[in-house]
Design a binder for this molecule. Structure first.
Ligand code: SF4
Length: 236
């Protein structure tokens, strides 16, 4: 399985400070800003963000509304996928993680009663995971271009129209085991800060952004991480 490990991820403290979960109280903001900067420095010094990803180009043998069959026999029942990726010659299941070390650091903070730091670490970890996913999208698009293929946007199991139980298939096809990602019995990935998605590849594919995915996500109203179409910034 191809592995992506050439990440060079960076986060600006303002990206965290503008999250709805962090709040915008002017009295606490300087303290928050200082803490976020300290945490980002600590993460870098201790190398606690360890991103890796793996993926596979799997040929499509049949696609009909609501169902796609792949060359090695896997069948996805996913109306959203067949609608958005109609015409794909390959599906590219992808799994990406930022590693176990950050999970351990968050648990350690909670155990020591450093809840504010733990919450900020959690938000920072989520931002790193988003960025790692975006890096994978670009890397896979470049590989596809070398094969004279275009790539679509991403779709993740759990989005309306692509049931969550498809995730097991995505992990298997992408070679998640190969980089140490497993699914627990409760359906949570280990390491926790991991994500999976599918990209379509073909001679003519439509691209869409994560912000467009957020527009149709059932969780968007409450989700603090949703992307807005007008800007990269999180919505207040
Ligand atoms: S609204 Fe939140 S959960 Fe839904 S797709 Fe966007 S980031 Fe993911």
């Amino acid at each position: 399985m191809p592995v992506i490990d050439d990440f060079n991820l960076a986060i600006d403290p303002d990206e965290i400070l503008q999250l709805r979960t962090v709040g915008d109280n002017p009295r606490t903001r300087p303290r928050m800003a200082k803490l976020v900067r300290e945490i980002l420095d600590e993460l870098e010094i201790q190398s606690l963000i360890r991103p890796r990803a793996t993926y596979a180009f799997v040929a499509v043998t049949e696609m009909m509304p609501g169902q796609v069959t792949l060359a090695e026999g896997t069948v996805f029942h996913a109306p959203l996928l067949t609608h958005h990726m109609a015409g794909a010659a390959h599906l590219v299941p992808v799994v990406v993680t930022i590693g176990q070390a950050i999970d351990a650091a968050i648990s350690d903070c909670f155990a020591r009663g450093a809840s504010l730091k733990a919450v900020l670490l959690e938000e920072i970890a989520n931002q790193f995971l988003f960025k790692a996913g975006e890096h994978c999208e670009k890397s896979i698009a470049a590989t596809a271009a070398g094969l004279n293929l275009q790539t679509s946007g991403t779709l993740a199991p759990g989005h309306e129209g692509i049931e969550f139980d498809n995730q097991v298939k995505v992990l298997k096809l992408s070679g998640a085991d190969y980089i140490g990602i497993r699914m627990s019995r409760t359906g949570v990935m280990d390491p926790v800060h991991s994500t999976s998605f599918i990209i379509g590849a073909g001679s003519r594919m439509r691209y869409w952004t994560q912000a467009e995915n957020c527009q149709t996500c059932a969780a968007r109203v409450k989700c603090p991480h949703r992307r807005e179409t007008s800007a990269y910034a999180e919505c207040a």
